[in-house]
Design a binder for this molecule. Structure first.
Ligand code: ADP
Ligand code: MG
Length: 707
């Protein structure tokens, strides 16, 4: 790829700054899109600003002064002016503005015009300093405003000038989209689109230009996903598992799966039965299963997963359940053993029993050797573990099925590694998410998997009443602690979730310990309170859990180690401290720890400011799918997609919460499938193949395009 340094407007110094900004190639540069435009013919004069207007004004700084607010934070008061008048601009908590906006600096201030003591002012506007202006750009009627970076020392103007040169020198862009699709989808040409989005003649052309470029982003990605999917099917060496839906309905009774289903203390829900029927059909079928199972917190994914793994075991293969953390692995391990009951046995498949083992980095020495040799010999039928399962020392006699819980924390490469451990064929793969994600995001993140949903909760659940008590003062939170006492008195139990303090388990443990001591001496004085955090040894944690389960402890103060897996039906209250530090999905997951029995339950969210939309959303809804949509709307897809697989970060323009883009996503999928159907290796579409390669790791690129 051509580096930005080939451009005349990019000096060495500027290249370094652009790199800090994540822009290294010319392609990176032309796909750095304006975040907004200023129509110079309609640009506001300072004198014409009305209170309530959202406006952009080009003005020069007359003065900038820093003062301290009463809370100690810096306030920078700036006065700006153009030839028509003066305007006050105030920055809270941005002390560096004083330096950026020295007297004489010209900049564009974009924000809402407010009023303070009768004077018009803008508070915390977006600022684009107009330094280093290329004279030519000032003649543009419509000014693109780029996401300038004050930290990297780059102004919107500098970026714009580089982009302009890049476009001029690039000339015609290759347009890899087959012409017939372009016209049937009514999409602009790519060259036109790049030109119009960066240097629009009028604001009317921005939308169609954007539409084309959004399509490109989504299409590339879907193409990669469809290719990945097809490659599995083409190169697959499927294992035919000996399992049928009749084992779930009870028509067959003597297999491991049938016995497992029969000995469950409850009936499977309709959704669970349907999901299992599909999974079992996949497993018995000619292609390896490649499926995503979504379901709300508490919908009962674990039994579905376990039944699938047992389907592999009864067919003479092994099953592996991979989870992202050690705590989770330990919890799943005990859950699995409890569910298996007397189906668990010492080794092999003798007598129709299955040996289950745990493998994490905490399993060491002799115990580890025993697990490893059991996996290699086939004695161990089921293994629950973490990333430890991916290491080279782990060899399976015959891995037949893999379930990955909370896959979004695992990458595609890791999935592939685990799959490659199948010696007799490609193991079946079932991926599950901890909390639901919107369908659109699933199409992007898991687009190479078949999607399936558990859309039903087991019967008898009573919705958890969620109460949000904003503010930090303890007085306003009395209701929560009162409820804890009442419930404990009634023989129930309570969770208290400590604030999320840092990424360090050690610091978090310390803070949880302090909070535990404080609560035991104040709000929860007189109750039997226990503590659990991630720094405790598994045995110690297990002991605390046992005491909590048995009722010996009435309240459990814990860090987010209780987020997943903990299942105590008697727990009827949860208090989440500093709830504003948690994301929607995490709060929903936490809340899923109560309301598992058949009595009324409560979840108290403490803290956060009035108007916090995330907390309001969690308090208002207990539907994980609805909350996932709200999360997407509030935070955008960035966080959802997270630090995951290569390629998905390439959604620069497309927004999964924009209904028009969602329509394009479906179109992109359709076109990608049609193109790959007609040309599985993209041999006739070399330009498309090149674009897809950009999204893939080298290895995968080679794999997908090998004939
Ligand atoms: P999740 O989908 O969040 O992983 P789990 O698999 O942990 O949910 O199940 C949540 C709880 O529901 C567990 O206590 C489990 O035993 C119970 N459960 C699962 N399936 C059913 C069912 N069909 N009927 C009643 N309870 C069920
Ligand atoms: Mg689960």
């Amino acid at each position: 790829m051509r580096p930005v340094s080939v451009l005349e407007s990019v000096s060495e110094r500027k290249a370094t700054r652009l790199a800090e900004f994540g822009v290294e190639s010319v392609l990176d540069l032309v796909t750095t899109y304006p975040r907004r435009y200023i129509d110079r013919t309609r640009q506001a004069d300072v004198s014409g600003l009305q209170v309530g207007d959202e406006a952009a004004v080009l003005a020069s700084v007359q003065s900038a002064r820093t003062r301290r607010a009463r809370n100690g934070r810096a306030v920078v008061d700036v006065v700006v002016r153009d030839y028509t008048g003066r305007l006050a601009v105030v920055f809270f908590n941005q002390p560096w503005r004083a330096k950026q906006l020295e007297a004489g600096t010209e900049a564009i201030f974009f924000g809402k015009v407010g009023e303070y003591r009768g004077t018009r002012q803008m508070v915390n506007p977006v600022v684009d300093v107009v330094a280093g202006v290329t004279p030519g750009r000032r003649t543009l009627r419509i000014l693109p405003v780029y996401p300038a970076s004050a930290k990297a020392g780059l102004t919107s103007w500098e970026i714009g000038a580089c982009v302009e040169e890049a476009l001029r020198r690039a000339g015609e862009f290759v347009d890899p989209l087959p012409g017939e699709w372009r016209s049937s989808l009514d999409l602009w040409g790519r060259t036109e689109a790049f030109g119009a989005i960066h240097l629009p003649e009028s604001l009317d052309v921005v939308a169609p230009a954007r539409r084309r470029l959004v399509f490109d982003e989504l299409f590339r990605l879907q193409l990669a996903l469809v290719l990945r999917r097809r490659a599995f099917e083409v190169n697959a060496r499927a294992l035919h598992h000996d399992v049928s839906p009749r084992e779930i309905t009870g028509a067959v009774t003597d297999t491991l799966v049938a016995r497992f289903v029969a000995r469950l203390p409850y009936d499977l829900t309709r959704a669970q039965r349907q999901a299992l029927a599909v999974i079992v059909a996949d497993m018995a079928g000619p292609f390896p299963m490649h499926r995503l199972l979504q379901g709300d917190v508490g919908s009962g994914k674990t039994v579905v997963a376990l039944a699938a793994l047992l389907g592999a075991v009864q067919s003479g293969h092994q099953g592996a359940l991979m989870v992202p953390t050690e705590v989770l692995a330990e919890q799943h391990f005990s859950a699995v053993r409890a569910l298996l009951g007397d189906l668990e046995g010492p080794g092999g498949m003798a007598g129709g029993e299955v040996r289950v083992e745990l493998l994490t980095s905490r399993v060491k020495g002799k115990a580890r050797t025993a697990v490893l040799s059991g996996l290699a010999s086939g004695d161990v039928g089921l293994v629950v573990g973490t990333h430890a399962l991916l290491t080279e020392e782990v060899v399976f006699a015959s891995l037949g099925a893999v379930v990955i819980d909370e896959q979004h924390r695992f990458g595609v490469e890791q999935r592939a590694t685990l799959r490659s451990k199948g010696t007799d064929g490609d193991p079946d793969l079932l991926v599950m998410t901890a909390t639901p994600i919107p369908r659109t995001a699933a199409m992007v993140i898991f687009g190479d998997l078949d999607l399936m949903t558990l859309d039903e909760l087991p019967p008898g659940r009573i919705a958890v009443t969620t109460v949000w008590l904003p503010g930090e003062d303890h007085a306003g939170q009395g209701e929560a602690w009162q409820r804890v006492r009442e419930e404990v008195e009634a023989g129930h139990r309570a969770f208290v979730v400590c604030p999320l303090v840092s990424d360090s388990v050690r610091v978090e443990a310390k803070s949880a310990t302090e909070e535990f001591e404080r609560l035991a001496a104040t709000e929860l004085a007189g109750l039997r309170v226990g503590l659990m955090h991630g720094q405790m040894a598994p045995a110690a944690r297990e002991e605390v859990m046992d005491r909590f389960r048995s009722g010996d402890l009435q309240v459990l103060v814990a860090t987010t180690v209780i987020e997943v897996g903990v299942d105590v039906p008697e727990a009827t209250v949860m208090v989440v401290e500093s709830a504003d530090r948690f994301g929607i999905a995490q709060l929903h997951q936490l809340r899923g720890r109560v309301g598992r029995g058949s009595t009324a339950s409560w979840c108290y969210l403490l803290g956060g400011e009035e108007g916090n939309e995330r907390l309001a959303a969690v308090a208002a809804s207990s539907d994980g799918f609805a909350l996932a949509e709200a999360d997407l709307r509030l935070r955008g897809e960035g966080t959802l997609l997270g630090a995951r697989q290569k390629g998905q970060s390439d959604l620069r323009l497309a927004s999964l919460s924009d209904p028009d883009d969602v329509v394009l996503l479906a179109e992109a999928r359709r076109v990608a499938e049609a193109v790959v159907d007609g040309d599985p290796q993209l041999g006739a579409h070399p330009d498309l193949a090149d674009e897809v390669r950009l999204l893939l790791s080298e290895d995968e690129g080679e794999y997908l395009f090998k004939s």
